[in-house]
Design a binder for this molecule. Structure first.
Ligand code: ATP
Length: 376
């Protein structure tokens, strides 16, 4: 396959396995966003792809060529780092010219690329300045320009916007998504910002402690996370969790928590993806139950029980959160600790009011409490 292919790639620093047996394919011309919490190995993986680190095991292929031990310059990879890394004694224009020096393009084409990048980044009047004469945001844009003027086989972004304010971030994200040469190049874009990850991704990969947990379309990962860590990472405000026992009895699946007992669903429709996690008959399995704030409802009247379709818990509003267009109620439930619930914009329940937390059972995400693997 043309594009980028990683085969069982690992990197160990002493005792620390920073990248753990990662295999991944990114077809030529497509974008993969690599996201995960700080320290999970994202930068190390990018550095292995770029040739700035030597892997402890595994292979890297670019357009079917094995490049695992090639030096960075030979790989035709362009990289934008967290810290803008411009050459200090060169102007922005000279930095960009230098970035193109390994490509066989004539002077006119270089000039055209510089003009296009300067216009896109709003840097036309600053091309003859030195990095020390630029603000932090201008420096980061100039560093991005160094990548935009190139036509590499692969482009790697390592949190390139982390020093910018939100409006500029949004503008630059759009610019990358709309700049044809950028869009058409095989890309790995690293971020630890889950909203940036969802916006920028064709495909999204979530890393955790060096391992690649799940790869797929952003909505797939959001709607059906296969690991608790993926469920926790995606979504703002994050998913609510409580612990419960999953038990099979009387021919049905039940969830039990603090004396409350809910029928999850009938055995025909409850699909367990990982049979080894099935509790033996009558034996309960401890699970983490996740529910997204937008899938909970707050009712001031007791809801009618629709044949076990709803999880219903009495609770009390402790606080209201305002987040621009959305508002959330923080609810303390007798048995499930604290839950965040999205409240429709035209409803304003008073703080401290009592009511019922209601969740459709098909919105529950169940994860084995020990392994974090999805159960349902
Ligand atoms: P962040 O989002 O904070 O940049 P990250 O996901 O990019 O984090 P890495 O920088 O790849 O994470 O680091 C992964 C792990 O490897 C961390 O525990 C880090 O301390 C360790 N590590 C990275 N580089 C080295 C090194 N040169 N020597 C020793 N340990 C390292």
């Amino acid at each position: 396959m043309d594009g980028l292919c990683l085969e069982n790639l690992s990197k160990r620093f002493g005792d620390k396995l920073a990248v753990d047996d990662v295999s991944l394919e990114i077809p030529r011309g497509s974008w993969l966003v690599l996201a995960g919490p700080s320290g999970c190995g994202k930068t190390t993986l990018l550095r292995l792809i770029a040739g700035l680190e030597v892997p402890s095991a595994g292979q890297v292929y670019i357009n079917q060529e094995r490049v695992t031990h090639w030096p960075p310059a030979k790989r035709q990879v362009a990289m934008a780092f967290q810290q803008p890394s411009l050459i200090g004694h060169m102007t922005v224009r000279a930095n960009w010219m230098f970035a193109m020096s390994s490509e066989k393009v004539d002077r006119g084409e270089r000039q055209r690329r510089i003009e296009a990048a300067a216009e896109a980044l709003d840097l036309a009047s600053l091309l003859d300045r030195y990095p020390r004469e630029l603000s932090g945001g201008e420096c980061q844009r100039a560093a991005l320009g160094r990548l935009l003027v190139r036509r590499p086989l692969l482009q790697l972004f390592d949190e390139p916007f982390n020093q910018l304010d939100l409006p500029l971030r949004t503008r630059l994200r759009r610019l990358l998504l709309e700049h044809p040469p950028c869009q058409e190049t095989t890309t790995v874009f690293v971020t630890h910002d889950q909203s940036e990850a969802m916006t920028m991704a064709d495909r999204l990969a979530i890393m955790w402690e060096g391992r690649l947990l799940q790869v797929g379309r952003p909505e797939e990962l959001y709607c059906r996370p296969l690991y608790r860590q993926v469920a926790e990472f995606l979504g703002e405000p994050p998913m609510n969790f409580f612990q419960a026992y999953l038990r099979f009895s009387d021919g049905r699946w039940w969830l039990e928590s603090h004396g409350a007992r809910w029928l999850v669903c009938d055995p025909n429709s409850f699909s367990v993806k990982n049979p080894s996690l099935l509790p033996a008959a009558g034996q309960p399995t401890l699970v983490d139950v996740g529910v997204r704030p937008e899938h909970c409802r707050w009712c001031t009247e007791p809801p009618s029980l629709e044949s076990g379709q709803l999880l219903t818990v009495p609770g009390q509003i402790r606080r209201l959160w305002y987040q621009g267009a959305d508002r959330y109620a923080e609810i303390r439930c007798e048995s499930l600790a604290v839950f965040l619930v999205r409240i429709p914009a035209d409803e304003l329940p008073p703080s401290d009011s009592h009511g019922w937390l209601v969740v459709p059972l098909d919105r529950l995400h169940l994860f084995d409490a020990q392994s974090g693997n999805r159960v349902n």
